[in-house]
Design a protein around this ligand. Sequence first.
Ligand code: SF4
Ligand code: SF4
Length: 466
Amino acid sequence: MSTLLQPEQRVLSTLEADGSRRWLTPKLSKGRFWQWRRVVAYLLIAIYALAPFVTINGRPAILLDLISRQFTILGVTFLPTDSVLLSLLLVLVAVTIFAATALAGRVWCGWACPQTVYMEFVFRPLERLFTGRTGKGGPPAAVAAWRTIAFYASSLIVCWHLANMFLAYFVGAHRLHAWIWSAAPWEHPGPFAVVLFLTALMMFDFCYWREQLCIIGCPYGRFQSVMLDRNSAIIGYDEARGEPRGKGREREAAGLGDCIDCNQCVVVCPTGIDIRAGLQMECIGCAQCIDACDAVMDKINRPRGLVRYSSQAAMAKEPVRLLRPRVVLYTGLMALLLVAMGVVIVSQRAFDVVPLRGLGLPFTLTATGDVENVIRLRIVNRTDAPATYSLAGVSPATLRITSVQANISAGPRETVMEPVHLVIPQADFGPGVLDVVLRVTNQTADSRDIPFRMLGPTSLKPRLPQ
Ligand code: SF4
Ligand code: SF4
């Protein structure tokens, strides 16, 4: 075989030299970090499963209702007019992730990411249960066909359930429950197609793609190199203590370090890397290598922590700084965003009004020669009770409102769109435009003044209505 295109070493931990996929079946190390991760993972799975059923103040804990464009998070409903608040919330989440990564490294990936949680604590255990596969560093052993079928069948059930749970976040658990038990799938083809698609996607991810999502698919994983610094918490191998590595009992006499080169930290790694090669993009911070190495250290009567949570600075015996410019910057930004969100929430009113231009002619002239604009008034009732709204002209004094309805009604948290006719004598009009103010008042006498620019004739020979 030609050696021209042979790499000197493995390019990717999951790629064989010939370019084929190197399947990983990591061994499980049930150390103290795994025990804690398992507690966290089951807690998160329980939260994920129960959140759509839980209500806070009579509203769902989480409901992302795309159809009516209302997002309820922890019992607080964000309406379409809350785009500023939602944007601030999203930026806050992003900055919080940046701050957490700068301080604690990939703690999200290893401890809380749904990919890791479900892969390591649901699908991998299922695979081990049915196929008995646990890696020893080589290719996965062949198993009886029924075992493989049992694994895929059980995975399919779990994925189907997860897809339904996911849909519950968007349509509500009770509505989904009613759909499942009292309607045929073809009566709700859209949601049913979403469940089918998500099930297929999860089967692909958890049964085939697996660690590839973390290594090449996740944008957060790609960002790590710029979000971490030498003081960020990482999982690292203490080279000064471990090297030179090697097997043998008379270690001190032979000048060997604490690493016995047993490869246990490698065979447990879900991304197939060797932590002893230093900090790598593929490391998801799952701490399996710590648990594996601690078990080895216990066996050879050496102190634990050859592989441990540390930082690049600490490993290099440099002073560790908790407060760094990026941490201060992120913290300051988070405080600013929280203040901005507080200001937006405090300044919220019982209803929002947005005046929009009509869809027909920009203006018409009435039989008496007045200028008329038909506009659309979008009113958002932000309260949990039905509301009625009345309209009046504020300025100029000659502004008249000739709407079809005297009062506009809106249900709880409902958004209504009403056509409104604004009429004003042509004599009061400037060339082409006139700024007017309308007043919208609800049944509790809470009112809002809404400025609007009316359009009118620019010459003395206006266009007459058809
Ligand atoms: S588990 Fe520990 S002792 Fe074994 S190879 Fe890894 S670092 Fe060395
Ligand atoms: S190197 Fe260690 S912490 Fe990183 S992914 Fe592998 S086992 Fe997990």
